[in-house]
Design a protein around this ligand. Structure first.
Ligand SMILES: [Zn+2]
Length: 232
């Protein structure tokens, strides 16, 4: 089932009330006409009524919400659009970075691989590659500070996941006290990401769906989960 919501390019919190007669797994995807995903969430309905909320600081004119469930006949979906608080970042450099990456992540289908893209004043630079050739979606150069993005990872993930990954890279250089510290980049990246009103769950998906299951990643995943609890 697909629900069309008139989001009019404005920030919104999409609320979905799901009523089901019995427990079942449901997958909910919010996407635009270019197939860019605003959220992609799996939920187990273990009670007759569950409300899901998706923070969408950036929206298309029309947002399509697709609900996949094994037992659609027994599922009732009621959508609602709520206000989402707007944010203002005072520091102009951070603002330039945020504008640059939000545009890049939202209209990702327009950005060709093997090309370089710059922010407004050219302070920030994304080198967009088919692949970085590593088990990572992105990385930032230690001294030259450009960010490399691998299309192999980026093309299928949701907009918030892309945003978080780039906030993490930004944090390494511009927010961390120790640039190479991954734990610190996760926390600082999360601070920026959450300030922009993106959903916590999509941030956590970046760890579970992308970064793999190395002992280091599991430790980072636990640390970030503990950190974001305070925002719940
Ligand atoms: Zn990192």
């Amino acid at each position: 089932m697909v629900v069309k919501l008139l989001t009019l390019n404005k920030p919104h919190e999409v609320e979905l009330k799901l009523n089901s007669n019995f427990p079942q797994n449901v997958n909910v995807i919010g996407y635009d006409k270019n197939n860019q995903k605003y959220f992609d969430r799996n939920v187990y309905l273990n009670q007759p009524e569950i409300k899901l909320r998706f923070g969408c600081p950036i929206t298309p004119n029309n947002l399509y919400v697709k609900i996949n469930a094994n037992n659609k006949e027994n599922l009732k979906v009621t959508p609602k659009l709520n206000n989402l608080g707007s944010t203002f970042i005072f520091d102009s450099s951070t603002r330039e970075f945020v504008e640059f990456i939000q545009e890049f992540c939202t209209n990702y289908h327009k950005y060709k691989a093997q090309k370089t893209y710059y922010s407004r004043s050219k302070k920030f630079k994304i080198v967009h590659l088919n692949t970085i050739g590593e088990t990572t979606p992105a990385r930032i150069h230690k001294t030259k500070h450009f960010i490399e993005v691998g299309k192999d990872y980026f093309k299928d993930i949701s907009i918030p996941m892309r945003v978080f990954i780039l906030c993490h890279e930004y944090a390494h250089i511009y927010m961390n006290t120790v640039p190479e510290n991954e734990f610190e980049a996760d926390i600082n990246g999360a601070k920026l990401y959450l300030k922009l009103n993106y959903p916590i769950i999509e941030l956590l998906y970046s760890f579970t769906k992308i970064f793999g299951e190395s002992p280091e990643t599991i430790k980072r995943s636990i640390a970030i989960t503990n950190y974001v609890k305070q925002y719940d």
